[in-house]
Design a protein around this ligand. Structure first.
Ligand SMILES: Cc1ncc(COP(=O)(O)O)c(C=O)c1O
Length: 406
């Protein structure tokens, strides 16, 4: 049975008090998740037990390190239902994966008159790289607008697509509204005009099963740190034929077959796209994070965080002078709100003093803030270790902060 309290006990950070001497209620999971002991142990075990570079040495501990590193690739492949290990490239995170696709895949072919489509709800990580590529190449960046509820305007998307569309880049779940997008629909429509699709799964990865074959996307990326894993490591999924055709994402050691003074032939996938020494401890930590999530079950995590989101919306909607942003058909994992007369940073500082960690600001989604006509919001984002009692504590604190600023 799913027991958030038992799960929480596996996270050492929750055994500590805040500097104010209270328990931490961590509600900034959309920014990064906390780390369970087994992930921390996996990283420590590598450094203290079998530290060596991977893919090179034939001695112990290099063989053990390579085995652990490549075992994570298999875990990722199964976790996202990729077709083969060749489709799993380790990166430093979501942003890195997106930039690599922009530079290695899009830029070499993007020309004036071409179009790239993003959405109005994108995190800057899935917005600025495409925007800059379009500016540089004289192409156009088109934006799928939002409806009044905060959902994507799918009709407007259909109208934007045409034979000039080269690529559609979409987040699976908005990090500022929690809106879940219909990835299958967006992908099918893009493919119908010959465009490729990049899915930013930074928020999806910790809440729902990712099935890249069912989605049909061409690229997808996520960061380990939002999946209870370490920072500085992530995954880029790409369809094998695309990753094979593309020039290397970067150049250096470990990604070559033969180097001469005249030229270089490149290694087969996935090594072709992993130049230099990888973040070995990070990849091993990601493997432990996937084991951790699998031991609980991603469906159970989804059910829990979804139920907490519904519970929170119900509670918050009864507090006068609180505005909840968006009312989408499918919302998961987080709530963005404003307290009348109080700046979001004041609200988060007020809650912070009570041990409640929420996020305030534009959430790296300024085009979305422009759409909402605010400079920022207060974001409460849920994880597996949160409970209804956490929500109740937030409700009390929001009422206090509202009264304080009234
Ligand atoms: C939707 C979305 N995309 C991209 C990113 C960037 O992720 P990272 O900073 O791990 O590269 C984030 C981080 O919050 C996000 O929420």
């Amino acid at each position: 049975m799913f027991d958030p309290i038992a799960i929480k006990s596996q996270f050492p950070i929750f055994k500590k008090k805040t500097p104010n001497g209270v328990d931490l209620i961590y509600l900034d999971n959309a920014a990064t998740t906390q780390k369970p002991q087994q992930v921390i142990d996996a990283i420590t075990d590598y450094y203290s037990g079998y530290n060596a570079n991977v893919g090179r040495g034939t001695y112990w501990p290099a063989t053990k390190a390579t085995g652990a590193f490549e075992a994570t690739r298999t875990k990722v492949k199964d976790f996202i239902n990729a077709n083969s290990l060749k489709e799993v490239i380790f990166t430093s995170g979501t942003t890195d994966g997106i930039n690599k696709v922009v530079n290695a895949y899009l830029m070499p072919q993007l020309k004036p008159g071409d179009e790239v489509i993003v959405t109005e709800m994108e995190h800057h990580g899935n917005f600025v790289p495409w925007q800059q590529a379009c500016i540089k190449q004289g192409a156009s960046l088109k934006m799928i607008p939002l409806t009044e509820t905060g959902d994507l305007d799918y009709g407007a998307y259909d109208d934007l697509l045409n034979e000039n569309t080269q690529l559609v880049a979409i987040s699976a779940i908005s990090n500022a509204l929690g809106v879940k997008n219909n990835l299958e629909y967006l992908t099918n429509k893009a493919h119908a005009v010959g465009a490729k699709v990049m899915v930013d799964a930074a928020q999806l990865v910790t809440h729902e099963k990712i099935d890249v074959q069912a989605i049909g996307c061409d690229f997808l990326c996520f960061s380990a740190h939002k999946l209870f894993g370490p920072t500085g490591v992530g995954v880029l999924f790409g369809k094998e034929e695309l990753l094979s055709e593309m020039p290397p994402l970067s150049f250096g050691g470990g990604m070559v077959k033969r180097v001469t003074l005249e030229g270089t032939s490149f290694a087969d996938l996935p090594a072709k796209h992993e130049a230099g020494t990888s973040n070995i401890s990070g990849v091993i930590g990601l493997g432990a994070a996937i084991d951790f999530v699998n031991s609980i079950g991603i469906e159970a995590i989804h059910t829990h965080t979804r139920a907490l989101t519904d519970y929170a919306i119900e509670k918050f909607s009864h507090i006068e002078e609180i505005t909840i942003f968006g009312n989408p058909k499918d919302r998961t994992s987080l709530v963005s709100l404003a307290v009348e007369k109080a700046h979001p940073h004041d609200v988060s500082a007020f809650l912070g003093e009570r041990g409640i960690a929420i996020r305030a600001g534009h959430h790296c989604a300024q085009p979305l803030m422009d759409y909402l006509q605010v400079s920022g919001t207060c974001r409460i984002s849920f994880g597996i270790y949160n409970t209804k009692e956490d929500v109740d504590r937030v409700v009390e604190a929001l009422i206090e902060v509202r009264d304080f600023f009234a």
